[in-house]
Structure formats: structure tokens, C-alpha cells
Design a binder for this molecule. Structure first.
Ligand SMILES: [Zn+2]
Ligand SMILES: [Zn+2]
Length: 270
């Protein structure tokens, strides 16, 4: 079943989650148990993909076959109750490394999530701008010379190039950089140039065939979604299919923030 059909058929799905194979905190088996307890009908595993630079959050290439086997085993275990799907959250690093490269296209995945976490410096060195604000603030000062606008523009440029290259089914947390960028400058999302970047991403997503994710991972703690609620009307009026995912790293957060996002989305589309 295509993910676009899944999200049309039911809201009992979560298509973005992490486990012991990357920076998730629980084994796949425990995540599957929790997903079934949450009455999920479709549950997708999506470890952070192997990448071309050092990263403690990403899985190694050597683990990929083990991961694929374990997902297949769990698919059997839950057959008839919950459809277990095998995916990967693939980092776009540069035009030479992203969801479109042969390596990822040849993996036996049910679908691919394309996400940007790394922003290249002016010298082309990828820097992980996701994660804790304190670390981001350090990189902003030391590595990006305090140029927040450069970081934000470069992040969205990466998203745009990834969309142009295509070869993935779901766009992960399209404005994730806003989490850290808005801590550095709380007004950043109100700037005209920022909104123009969002519009550009949405216009690239339209007609690309990708499902755009509404990521609820930060809702419980920070009361924000990715993309931010302020942009949802643009996605809705553009007719982009939207999937609500918790991006769970913990077994008790599989459904976290999803009902709130769903209620909000329904109120905007009615
Ligand atoms: Zn991510
Ligand atoms: Zn994720």
C-alpha cells in the first residue's frame, strides 16, 4: 500500500520512528509492542540513514542488513494486526549524497523519508544543525560566524535541491531548522524572506508526488509542530497530502502530539 493511500484510509499510523539502530532509545521489538498497544494499523521504522560523514545519530552501513531482517521479522509477527513498514530517514547532504543515490534506491524499503539535518558551511563541510539549541548556538557562533540567515537559507536550499532530485516518498519536518533558528531569533519566522523560502519549498512539493509530514515530536515539550502551524493553510490550499508522524525515539511517545495535530488539521480543512 502506498503511504498516500494509508494516510487517506486511517489516522492509526505512524510512519516515522527511531530505534536502537540510530539515536532511538528502545529496540525495534519494544517500539512495535508499544505501537500495537496504541492501536496503530501501520507502523513504519525509519532509522537515520548511513551518511558520508561522522555522525553518532546515524546508523552504519554494516547494520543495514540486520535492520532490514529485524523489520521483516516484526512484519511477520504483527501480520494481520498491524502492518510493519521498513523505511529510512535519509539525510540529504549534497547533490552527491541523498535519497536519490543508487545505494538508497537499491535498498528494499517500503518508502523513503527525505530529511535535512545538516547544513554545509561556506567551505562545504556538513554541520548537524538539528538537536539541542546549545550545540546549535555554538556552531552558529564558531562555524557559521553568527550568520543565522545564511544557515536558514542554506537549510531550505538543501530541502529544495533534495526535492528536485526526488526519489523519496515523504518529506520529513520541512522547516526543522526553525526550532533552533527561532531560539536564536524569535522573530525570524515573521520575516518576508523567511516566508518566501517556505513558499518555495511548498511550490516544489506540489506535483512532486511526495507526502509532506507534520512532525509532532516537539509538541509535548515545546508546543510546536514541524512545519509550524502558521504554514499549514498554505499546504492545505496547495493540496499537498499531509501525514502526521510522531518521529518517536521513545516507546511511550509513539502517538505523542498526533491527536492534537489531527484535531487542528481537521479544524482547518473543514
Ligand atoms: Zn529528522
Ligand atoms: Zn526522525
Amino acid at each position: 500500500m502506498k503511504i498516500e493511500d494509508i494516510i487517506k484510509a486511517t489516522d492509526r499510523y505512524n510512519l516515522h520512528s527511531h530505534t536502537q539502530f540510530c539515536d532511538g532509545r528502545f529496540p525495534m521489538e519494544e517500539m512495535a509492542v508499544s505501537a500495537a498497544e496504541c492501536r496503530m494499523l501501520y507502523y513504519g521504522f525509519s532509522p537515520h540513514s548511513p551518511i558520508c560523514c561522522d555522525s553518532p545519530c546515524n546508523m552504519s552501513r554494516g547494520d543495514v542488513p540486520v535492520y532490514i531482517d529485524e523489520a521483516a521479522r516484526l512484519r511477520e509477527v504483527y501480520s494481520g494486526r498491524m502492518e510493519v513498514l521498513t523505511s529510512m530517514e535519509i539525510d540529504f547532504i549534497s547533490p552527491d549524497f541523498g535519497p536519490h543515490i543508487d545505494y538508497f534506491q537499491k535498498l528494499p524499503l517500503d518508502y523513503r523519508i527525505g530529511s535535512v539535518h545538516f547544513v554545509p558551511t561556506r567551505e562545504g563541510v556538513p554541520v548537524d544543525c538539528d538537536g539541542r539549541y546549545e550545540r546549535f548556538a555554538g556552531y552558529l557562533k564558531e562555524v557559521f560566524h553568527g550568520d543565522l540567515r545564511y544557515v536558514v537559507e542554506k537549510y531550505f536550499e538543501q530541502v529544495l535541491v533534495m526535492l528536485e532530485r526526488g526519489s523519496f516518498e515523504m518529506l520529513g519536518h520541512l522547516d526543522k531548522i526553525a526550532g533552533n533558528a527561532s531560539q536564536a531569533d524569535p522573530e525570524i519566522e515573521s520575516q518576508g524572506w523567511y516566508e518566501a523560502l517556505i513558499d518555495d519549498v511548498i511550490s516544489h512539493a506540489v506535483g512532486s508526488g511526495v507526502v509532506v509530514e507534520i512532525n509532532t515530536k516537539a509538541y509535548e515539550e515545546k508546543k510546536r509542530f514541524f512545519p509550524a502551524e502558521r504554514w499549514w493553510h498554505k499546504l492545505i490550499s496547495a493540496g499537498v497530502p499531509l501525514a502526521i508522524n510522531s518521529d518517536a525515539h521513545y516507546r511511550d511517545r509513539i502517538d505523542s502530539g498526533r491527536s492534537q495535530a489531527l484535531a487542528l488539521l481537521n479544524s482547518k480543512t473543514m
